[in-house]
Ligand binder design. Sequence first.
Ligand code: GLY
Length: 375
Amino acid sequence: MDYKKYADETLEKVKVKMKEVAKRNAHKVPYITTNGKYDDRDGSQISWWTNGFWGGLMWEMEKLTGDKFYADLACELEDKQDANLMDYDGLDHDNGFKWLLTSVYHYKKDGNAASKNRGLIAATNLAGRYNVAGHFIRAWNDHVRKDDDDRGWAIIDCMMNLPLLYWAYEEIKDPRFLHIARSHADRTIECFIRDDGSVCHIVKFDPFTGERVESYGGQGYAHGSSWTRGQAWAIYGFTLSYMHTGDVKYLNTAKKVANYFIANTPESGLIPCDFRQPESPNYEDTTAAAIAACGMIEIAKHSEGRDKDVYMNAALKMLKAIDEKSADWDPKTDNITTKGTVAYHDGEKETGILYGDYFFIEALMKLSGIDFFQW
Ligand code: GLY
């Protein structure tokens, strides 16, 4: 299979569609589509966890086209995020998603002081969420979960936020950032990864003693099930920890979860919201597929022999399934990926979700060999 040819052809379709999408939504902070139209998280929702993805998507398009229009939109979004930096309650473990794709990438491109400052403030706040007794980074703040005391809650998604700490370490050479990232990753291996290679979404620790108390099904189908986006966060997140540290135990953990993911992938290549969900309702989640594909392509790059093909083929199968069955290439609508699901029980189902498009494009850029990396 000529991966590059496939990716280049598909990226041409991306360019045609995204030109219209970016023009139509230029000054918004989009997250999710309703009937093909993005919402706007500017103003009272400026601290929402996905807001950095619009900047990330604009930087992807700038890389693909060289068009400054996209860079200007990414910078506009980055400026708006300053309201989030000043909103203490709106800062949480998702600082990585928010500032890696905007300020840190911008700073790496042109060395500007304001972007560096934003990235380091976000990283320091993230490091400050580390619980020394339990060796984990606290996920959310009380205002998000009024029904439970979440001071001891950690979630698998946080693996994707650790690169903000690796960057801060690499930038200012202070090993505290590295220690905290590695300690959280190690504790995640101990407390989230099941023997069969699947992962829990939420683990509750006692915030005073640090002991693991219990796990929750979170956005998946049930306690003990396997929410596919959580599996995907683990696959890509542990791969990123390997890429930043060179510690092979993180690569092996990513492979363990990827092997479980591949073994449970249906023949169609379409990924459900949860690998243990019932036959009905049987929700699809294109975001999980796109994120897992990004992780598997990177795993393939760091594997030898037959393993290379196994992970590349699994990634390609999911990307082609999205392209052929769960994508909307009409420039009049805002989303490319169509079947993103926020959560099995509460949240939007089978709709366009901004980060589904972000990771779908990132995966294609990786296959094409384009030098673009925001993590
Ligand atoms: N990080 C939240 C989610 O994946 O929906």
